[in-house]
Structure formats: C-alpha cells, structure tokens
Design a protein around this ligand. Structure first.
Ligand code: NAD
Length: 445
C-alpha cells in the first residue's frame, strides 16, 4: 500500500519505518526541513533501539522516503497518517493546532478517496473535527464528490522499545465507522498480528478515549506507588518488600508499580492534563486524575528534599554528580524529565551539578537553559565515572542498565563523600551500607 505519514517525530518515524519494513511504500513528511534533509542523509534525529538500521535499510530498498512536500505525498497515498505533536496548551488541553492544520492542508489537495488516520493522541471528538476541517477546504474548492474516511488509530508504543512495540503490539485500536476504511486498516495491520488477531475495532470517540484512559491508568499506578513509598519512608517500612508483596497478586501485577522520583516524558504528564481538561469541560471534577498529577509534580521534588534534609538548604560550595537525564532509560527524550527539576533546584540552592546520560547529552546541551551552562553550574560528563570526580554526593535519576552494577570501590575513591540518593531504587540499601555508602532511596526506610 502507499502511505503518507505527516509528522516525522518519535511516532511518525517509527510508524513509517515499520510499515516500510512490511513492504509498504511510505513517505514521511515533516515541516522541519533540516530533519528531512538529515534523514535523507541517513542521520536519525532520535535515539531508539533498532530504529537506525530499520530506517537505513528501508531507504536503501526504496520503500521509505522523506519529503517536505505534503501535497505530493498525500496525493500519492491511499492512507494518510497524521502523527504531529499535540502539546499541552496553557490550560492543559491538547493543542490541536498542528493536527487541524494538517487536516486543512489535506483538504486543500484531496482529489480522490483516502483513509485519513489520526495517530496523534487527541481528545474525544477530534476525528469529527479533522473531518470538518477537511470538508471545509473541499467546500471552499467547490469539490463535492470526493469520499473520505477519518479513522482514529492511537499509538501505544513506548519510547525505548518503540520498534519492538510497533512490530509486536499488545493490541491495535482502530476507531472506524465505515466498512471500507475498516477493511483498509485490517489489511494494513494484519501482518503485525499474524499469530492471533489483536485489532480491536470500535468507534472513533471510543478509540480516542481509550488512549487517554490507558496512559492515565499507567500514571495512576505509578503515582499510587510513589505515595505508598513516601508513606513507607515515614513509617519505617521498605517499599521494595511491599512492591513484591502486592505485585504477586495477579489482579495487581508487577508492572508500573516501581516507586521513584516521578514520571516524565512527552506523554503521561500532558495526557493526564488533557484528560483533566476534558473532564472539567464536561462538568466532571476529576478528583482521581488531579491527585495522580499532583502526586507526580510533588514527586519530582522528593530527591531534592532528601538532599536538603541531609545537607541543609544552602548548597553553595557543594557539587552533585547526576546519573540520568532522559525521562526513562532507552531514549534520549528529556521532555518533562524529573532530572530537569532536580538540576534546577540544585542550581537554585547554589550547588554545582555534573551530569551524565548514555544517550541524552546532546538533547540536554540543546534544550536546557543556556544560563545553566554559562554560569558553570551544570557540566556534562563524558562517562558515568567522570560525573563523580570530587562530588559531595551522587543522585541517580534514570535507571539505565550501566548504572546497575557500578564499581562502588572506584566510586568511593572518586567522590568527596560516599553518599548516594537513589531516585529509582536501583541499589540494595544493605549492600551499599556494607560498601561504606550513606544511602537514600525512595521509601527504603
Ligand atoms: P514529536 O514532537 O517527536 O514529533 C512531531 C513532529 O511533527 C515534529 O517533527 C514536527 O516538526 C512535526 N510537525 C508539526 N507540525 C507539522 C506539520 N504541519 N506538518 C508536518 N509535520 C509537522 O512528537 P511525537 O512524540 O512523535 O508525538 C506525536 C503524537 O503521538 C503526539 O500526539 C503524542 O502524544 C503521540 N504519542 C507519542 C508517543 C511517544 O512515545 N512519543 C507515544 C504514543 C503517542
């Protein structure tokens, strides 16, 4: 099939590359011309395991193309995916400017039947608004005889395992009202679930809500566990024991109950805020979602609180090593990452920070405020041990695998004092004590 993917970010690029791998002819479009030029040269703008070889191979095989020309890509395609960003607006609502802008562009060039698919995460009712935006442009052109279907197909991939998730999805949710579009979507996705059918068809509004409910459920589990961990800290209980104890209940399960210093990224925080907004807009005060969001905002300060409890409020003259800038392992994405909050607070209290991340250093250099670097407050280390030279303590913020078994002896010799603030409960407090470290975890007594 011939496909156009509008928006070549984390979702668009992975979607395009995976469909191309299945033999489809895919053109990825973006307004960022530098990104497109780089992609044509084989420069992949994001870090995602397995993505680079997939892109390079499909470009070489002439199944995957990168273009700045939306009109050409749309006119050649049978199915058009909209995968542009839906950033949070001032009031927390999802900003649909990019999505509806693309819909209008499609309406301005549509000449024959196509299936238009919203893959971006969008509030209930957006498929109707996309259709209306296209129809408006068709009417303006005086075109009355072009049929089209708008389908909602939210994406559930996880950054850090995006290719794997797209290739082997738990489920494929398709919100569609027409038989013709349902058949097209089935044809497109059947190769991704050959062993058993994992396509769940529903209405477009149901699909839109499913995506928000899914992310909100996962965020709820995390915030719940963070609250339990904070209580464990106060009552002298080890949350790791509690985690094992409750996770063994098959009704609860082990996933998404790791306590830590908060969730981040481009999805959970914004999607929770958007659902809160939708809820209020419809006259329902979302008490649970509010609490999930508030717990997470506060959780991002928990490590800093532990640091000032230990060192006092004035951190002038102190240096902190920081491991992990990405919002989670396996990605270079630092959007809404807890590390940002910790760095900002440490610098604000007068400390200096030396940070290291296996993949997110370039993103940090690009996106963190210039004044953090200019004043010499924040420096980026080339490896995890360089971030420990003469530091007063280490804060671990992202649980990258290489941080799991570091050389504790070497660390003690490099650090001014052997103090670890473990924001992801990566280490066993007893072991660290035996190694001669002062250890602070999340809910570890
Ligand atoms: P992103 O910011 O990485 O990429 C969006 C891309 O769209 C950018 O490259 C931008 O230049 C491009 N763009 C914006 N306006 C455009 C236009 N008019 N024409 C062409 N290109 C345009 O965003 P993302 O992380 O890929 O997320 C995209 C959507 O998918 C969002 O709604 C997000 O919530 C959702 N989503 C993201 C993830 C994830 O893990 N990142 C997972 C599931 C769903």
């Amino acid at each position: 099939m011939k496909l156009a993917i509008i928006g070549t970010g984390y979702v668009g690029l992975v979607t395009g590359a995976c469909f191309a791998e299945m033999g489809h002819h895919v053109t990825c479009v973006d307004i960022d011309q530098t990104k497109m030029a780089n992609l044509r040269q084989g420069v992949i703008p994001i870090y995602e395991p397995g993505l680079k070889p997939l892109v390079l191979n499909n470009v070489e095989q002439q199944r995957l193309f990168f273009s700045g020309d939306l009109v050409e890509a749309v006119q050649a395609a049978e199915v058009v995916f909209i995968a542009v960003g839906t950033p949070p607006g001032e009031d927390g609502s999802a900003d649909l400017g990019h999505v509806l802008g693309v819909a209008a562009e499609i309406g301005r060039c549509l000449q024959e039947y196509k299936v238009i698919v919203t893959k971006s995460t969008v509030p209930v009712g957006t498929a109707d608004r996309v259709r209306a935006a296209i129809d408006r442009e068709l009417a303006r052109r005086g075109v009355v005889d072009v049929a089209l279907d708008v389908v909602s197909n939210p994406e559930f991939l996880k950054e850090g395992a995006a290719v794997e998730d797209f290739m082997k999805p738990d489920r494929i949710v398709v919100g569609v009202d027409s038989d013709r579009a349902r058949q097209v979507m089935r044809d497109l996705y059947k190769d991704f679930c050959r062993n058993h059918d994992r396509i769940i068809f529903m209405g477009a509004r149901d699909a839109e809500m499913t995506k928000y409910a899914s992310n909100s459920m996962l965020a709820t589990k995390i915030s719940f566990m963070n609250e339990v961990a904070n209580l464990c800290d106060r009552v002298g209980v080890d949350v790791e024991k509690v985690r094992l104890g409750i996770g063994a209940d098959s009704r609860i399960g082990y996933s998404f109950i790791y306590p830590g210093c908060g969730y981040g990224g481009s999805c959970f925080p914004k999607d929770i805020r958007a659902l809160i907004h939708t809820s209020r807009e419809n006259g329902l005060e979302p008490t649970l979602l509010n609490a999930v969001h508030q717990r997470n905002e506060a959780q991002k300060y928990v490590l800093f609180q532990k640091i000032i409890d230990r060192f006092g409020k004035d951190l002038h003259g102190l240096v902190f090593g920081l491991w992990g800038l990405a919002f989670k392992p396996g990605t270079d994405d630092i959007r809404e990452a807890p590390a940002r909050v910790l760095i900002q607070e440490l610098l604000g209290a007068g400390a200096r920070v030396v940070a290291y991340d296996p993949e997110a250093l370039a993103a940090a250099r690009r996106e963190f405020p210039a004044e953090w670097f200019a004043a010499g407050g924040l420096t980026l280390a080339r490896n995890q041990y360089e971030a420990l030279d003469q530091v007063d303590a280490l804060a671990l913020v992202t649980e990258w695998k290489p941080f799991r078994h570091p050389d504790f002896n070497a660390m003690k010799n490099m650090m001014k004092a052997p103090v670890i603030f473990d924001g992801r409960n990566q280490y066993d407090p007893e072991t660290l004590k035996d190694e001669g470290f002062e250890y602070f975890g999340i809910g570890r007594r």
